[in-house]
Design a protein around this ligand. Structure first.
Ligand SMILES: CC(C)(COP(=O)(O)OP(=O)(O)OC[C@H]1O[C@@H](n2cnc3c(N)ncnc32)[C@H](O)[C@@H]1OP(=O)(O)O)[C@@H](O)C(=O)NCCC(=O)NCCS
Length: 166
């Protein structure tokens, strides 16, 4: 399977929604990750689609959020079509994200067995962070978190609205 990565804006928005429903279920909108970035526009430069012969098989989205007054990139959802999972698509999408913004402080809610093993996300820095909803603490992950506050609430980056894709 040859996978081509492209900006997520190249994908049909309805195809992205269908992919997310297939990967996470249709109740996904109530997840805490959605509340953390509520009202924020996606960061175009850090959101990608994976195509196999022009069929959308994977996507990754990134959002501008904040921890207190520090800017953080919220990563996710990362989704791969159920019939294309475990074939390296998720890894390609994550690698492209990290190559594009290697130094950016990032946060996500995900499985540490996957995001820690390959991409350097850990829960070490996040123990004192509050989030707007339920979270399994071991799944609240961060990368490049050295300069971030140890405590605070992760939420929409309202102080930078309008600047995100400028
Ligand atoms: C999680 C997801 C993004 C991974 O992408 P993928 O393309 O399927 O996985 P990759 O091919 O890049 O990675 C494969 C490796 O990661 C491992 N892996 C995949 N998903 C994993 C998970 N949730 N936990 C632990 N390991 C995982 C595989 O076992 C495999 O390891 P191996 O090479 O030693 O066999 C994708 O499976 C997906 O969209 N799943 C549905 C949504 C979901 O459950 N997300 C949970 C995390 S937020």
């Amino acid at each position: 399977m040859t996978i081509r990565l492209a900006p997520l804006s190249d994908a049909d928005p309805q195809a992205v929604e269908n992919l997310l429903d297939a990967a996470f279920g249709i109740d996904r909108h109530s997840r805490t990750a959605y509340r953390i970035r509520e009202g924020m526009p996606v960061i175009d430069a850090l959101s990608f689609a994976a195509f196999a012969e022009d069929v959308l098989v994977g996507s990754i989205q990134s959002w501008p959020v904040a921890l207190g007054d520090a800017a953080v990139v919220l990563v996710g959802p990362v989704a791969v079509a159920p019939d294309r999972q475990r074939a390296g698509v998720g890894r390609k999408l994550m690698e492209r994200l990290i190559e594009t913004a290697p130094e950016a402080p990032m946060a996500m809610i995900g499985d540490p067995e996957y995001y820690g093993r390959f991409f350097g996300f850990t829960a070490e820095a996040t123990g004192g962070w509050a989030v707007p909803g339920p979270v399994e603490r071991r799944r609240l992950l961060a990368r490049n978190a050295e300069g971030l506050p140890r405590t605070g609430t992760l939420g929409p980056r309202t102080f930078a609205l309008g600047e995100v894709n400028a």
